[in-house]
Design a protein around this ligand. Structure first.
Ligand code: ASP
Length: 341
């Protein structure tokens, strides 16, 4: 009896320790939270990259908060913070996006307003410098929610957004990643006669996202990505899909996700978190843990979400090794974490 009880106790303890990043506390009074994806393998992290990432996340948080302080709304803070991260080659969004199997950069982004439940998104764009701004233009300047490919690019051009040559997005590091994969695929094909289905590696994730709460109590969320390295041409992940990679509802929370997009689409992750808050009465932290560390983990889907509730509680959940993330409070206190909880 005692052994059974002890044994049961051990099992429960082991499961809890394995699945919940319990030290990743909820941060109160947050006005802006951001993420830069689940990141590279921890063993590949260098002190210099660590420093650069923290500086970039700090810059994005400060820029977003400055918008709020100068009268901007939560949508402005989300867009501003994401643009800073898109413009950096360090993260997989905008400049520095990963390559498709064909060696191109196809970018996805979305944004949502928690007050009006309006949303905008673009997918598969190749010449729009800041896809998050294009997503916002779709929301505010069109009667649609999601534009793809050429239509999205024409719309962005008509809206006067900054257009760049596709080569703008090229970075040596991402190019080396796709070349390594091509080589592995070619080697395997020579051996077996077939093209192998290489599983995605952690280092192929790296989307950016933001969630914000303004002085009017309005929430907003946004996400921007180059997708997953070696994705097939035309593949669209969760980031531009409202309810999957991004969701905002003033009544429950703002969510931005990163990870293996196919799982996030199938589990409607960001909407599922909001729904658990609304209909199950869960805290945003518990809802995110349930979806990321139970539902998704059981299904084999790797990834993370950042969440901000209407009271300004910032919570994260991840079943990956790390999650590049940060938050800033109304009085300017910054908290940044990469792998540590
Ligand atoms: N979720 C993104 C996608 O599947 C990738 C990522 O988060 O890094 O396109």
């Amino acid at each position: 009896m005692q052994i059974a009880w002890l044994w049961g106790g051990l099992i429960v303890t082991a499961l809890a320790a394995d699945s919940i990043h319990a030290g990743d506390d909820v941060v109160p009074h947050v006005v802006l939270g951001i993420h830069g994806g689940t990141g590279a393998d921890k063993k590949d992290m260098t002190p210099e990259l660590d420093r650069q990432l923290r500086a970039l996340l700090t810059e994005a948080l400060q820029a977003g908060r400055a918008r709020l302080q100068s009268g901007g709304v939560s949508l402005d803070a989300v867009e501003t913070a994401i643009r800073v991260m898109e413009d950096s080659p360090l993260l997989n969004a905008g400049k520095g996006a990963v390559f498709t199997h064909e060696g191109r950069n196809e970018l996805d982004a979305s944004i949502m307003d928690g007050r009006t439940k309006k949303a905008g998104a673009v997918a598969g764009v190749t010449i729009v410098k800041n896809p998050i701004t294009a997503a916002r233009a779709v929301m505010e300047k069109s009667k649609h929610v999601l534009f793809v490919g050429r239509g999205a690019e024409i719309f962005a051009t008509q809206q006067g957004l900054e257009i760049v040559d596709p080569s703008y997005f090229w970075t040596e590091e991402r190019w080396n990643s796709i070349r390594d994969i091509w080589k592995k695929e070619a080697d395997a094909k020579t051996r077996t006669g077939e093209l192998p289905a290489l599983p995605p590696k952690k280092s192929e994730y790296g989307t950016v996202g933001a969630v914000a709460l303004d002085a009017h109590g309005n929430l907003a969320a946004g996400t921007s990505t180059g997708g997953m390295t070696n994705k097939m041409a035309g593949r669209v992940g969760d980031s531009p899909i409202i309810g999957a990679g991004t969701y905002a509802d003033n009544a429950a929370g703002a969510i931005s996700c990163t990870g293996h997009g196919e799982f996030f689409i199938r589990y409607a992750v960001s909407h599922e978190i909001v729904a658990q808050v609304k209909y199950r009465g869960a805290s945003i932290k518990d809802a995110a843990e349930d979806v990321i560390n139970r539902q998704l983990k059981d299904a084999g889907g790797e990834g993370a979400s950042i969440c901000l509730d209407p009271q300004g509680n910032f919570a994260t959940a991840y079943n990956s090794e790390g999650l590049y993330r940060g938050s800033i409070t109304s009085d300017g206190q910054i908290r940044i974490r990469l792998y540590e909880e």
